[in-house]
Design a binder for this molecule. Structure first.
Ligand code: SAH
Length: 464
């Protein structure tokens, strides 16, 4: 694995001072997982390149507890020696530590100087493709070039690999370039195979200081850097963003398998979507919002029904929207359908003019993901500002939980749920909303009703 950094501003060999590595010497460093070598293939006044060669020893790697291995030999046969990954970030911090911190005792004035720098990486596993590569580096001002490697040049039929040779260039301070690489290399790699803990949040915030908060892909960066561990992503984003800024609650709260497994025996998901679909049709809605659309299950239902002219999915999670985009095949829809559907990124806790003027809005299994202050904010966004004619809203009925065999007593159906309400609690909340914002509300069960406990899901239909 090679990382080459080139400076083209004379005297280009200033790079040696900034990196604390003399161009004339080859230096070796031993690391817990292998060895690093730094050398300069070119060191002239006009152009100076420093190479960090990282040699990862796959046999010497011991996977920490909590990691999963995909196959028995994976510990020994994997891409880690060849691909840029978090190992390279660790090597950057070890070998170029002073430069990363912006220390240069010999020539301190150099640290704050943007230089025409280029970084080249020989094999980056860009998960999500070149699009992701560009979305990560271009907002930081880099020109990005990439070349995709084939899997095996002897067998071209095998097709392309996920690995790219990449080259990014900008007028940038060296320490910023190193921070960007430190954070974004593992993000491109998106390896879920090892465990991350709280200290990774600190590293992300430290290395992301000054640039991550303004990065349009900060949610994706935090999610991938923190290995999709929701509580860490939540902590990082909340600390990163001022509470008042839109996006403070960019938390990945997509309903995942956990809840689906619990509810599956009842086919509750399908029933819920059918019931909501019917309720929307019943009021004659043509232009509808799916607020907290997640991965787009309801959107798919609605898209098939031509009575809906305009269907808009809104979610705070970039990741959910990415998945929705793929599942709905938005790239490949016939034109008459592409005109009917749109996905918007947005937080329902902030007033959003794009949501005004619709016939109806669905909120399917969303409110229970919000803590009390955020739910208060959502109420105003939906019922006071967006003000659709009809709101169809569903949430679990907690009374029914004892009937789910796989759900331990006292637990919610999903880890991210902040509450699950009884029928009485839901009714009281919905009636208060209706009274405050000038709606009438009716309730309906979703799923097989138990004589005592009621239905598994409860629905309210608000009409203005
Ligand atoms: N309606 C979908 C998803 C439900 S999960 C379904 O039934 O499958 C809850 C969804 O609400 C998640 O996708 C989550 O990202 C989204 N969400 C949570 N808080 C949000 C907020 N403040 N603004 C917008 N979306 C939010």
């Amino acid at each position: 694995m090679l990382l080459t950094i080139t400076n083209e501003k004379p005297p280009a060999t200033d790079l040696g001072y900034l990196l604390h590595k003399k161009p004339a010497r080859v230096q070796r460093f031993s690391l817990a997982f292998g060895a690093a070598t730094v050398f300069y293939p070119e060191a002239s006044d006009n152009r100076c390149s420093a190479v960090l060669l990282l040699d990862v020893d796959p046999v010497g790697l011991v996977r920490p507890k909590g990691g999963e291995t995909a196959f028995a030999l994976e510990q020994y046969v994997n891409d880690r020696p060849y691909a840029a990954s978090s190992f390279l970030s660790v090597a950057i911090a070890r070998v170029y530590g002073s430069a990363l911190k912006g220390q240069c005792s010999d020539r301190p004035e150099l640290v704050e100087q943007p230089l025409p720098l280029t970084a080249e990486l020989s094999a980056v596993p860009a998960r999500g493709g070149v699009g992701v590569l560009r979305r990560l580096f271009e907002p930081l001002g880099y020109r990005v070039e990439s070349d995709r490697h084939v899997l095996d040049s002897k067998f071209p039929d095998w097709g392309e690999s996920p690995y790219h040779a990449i080259r990014i260039a900008a007028d940038v301070k060296l320490r910023d370039l190193l921070s960007h690489l430190y954070v974004l290399i593992p993000v491109l790699d998106d390896d879920k195979h090892y465990w991350v803990g709280e200290d990774e949040v600190e590293k992300l915030l430290k290395r992301g200081e000054g640039w991550l908060v303004g990065h349009p892909e900060r949610a994706l960066i935090a999610e991938r850097y923190l290995k999709h561990r929701r509580s860490l992503v939540d902590a990082a984003l909340t600390r990163l963003l001022d509470e008042d800024q839109p996006g403070a609650d960019e938390i990945r709260t997509v309903r995942d398998e956990e809840e689906e497994v619990i509810e599956k025996p009842l086919r509750l998901n399908d029933l819920r979507l059918d019931t909501v679909h019917q309720a929307l049709s019943h009021v004659g809605a043509k232009r509808v919002l799916d607020l907290g659309c997640g991965e787009g299950k309801l959107l798919r239902h609605l898209l098939k029904d031509r009575t809906f002219d305009e269907i808009v999915g809104v979610d705070v999670s970039h990741r959910a929207l990415e998945i929705a985009h793929q599942r709905l095949h938005l790239e490949r829809l016939p034109e008459r359908d592409t005109k009917r559907i749109r996905l918007l990124h947005g937080a329902l806790t902030y007033r959003d003019r794009r949501l005004e003027g619709y016939d109806a809005a669905a909120l399917v299994e969303v409110i229970e993901h919000l803590d009390a202050p955020r739910l208060r904010a959502l109420e105003r966004t939906v019922f006071e500002c967006a003000k659709p004619e009809t709101v169809v809203l569903t949430t679990p009925n907690r009374e029914f939980n004892t009937k789910f065999e796989t759900l331990p007593e006292g637990r919610f159906r999903h880890r991210d749920h902040r509450f699950e309400w009884t029928r009485g609690e839901f009714r009281a909340w919905a009636e208060d909303i209706a009274a405050r914002f000038g709606y009438a509300v009716e309730f309906a069960p979703v799923g097989p009703e138990d004589a005592e406990l009621g239905p598994p899901t409860q629905m309210a239909v608000f009409r203005r």
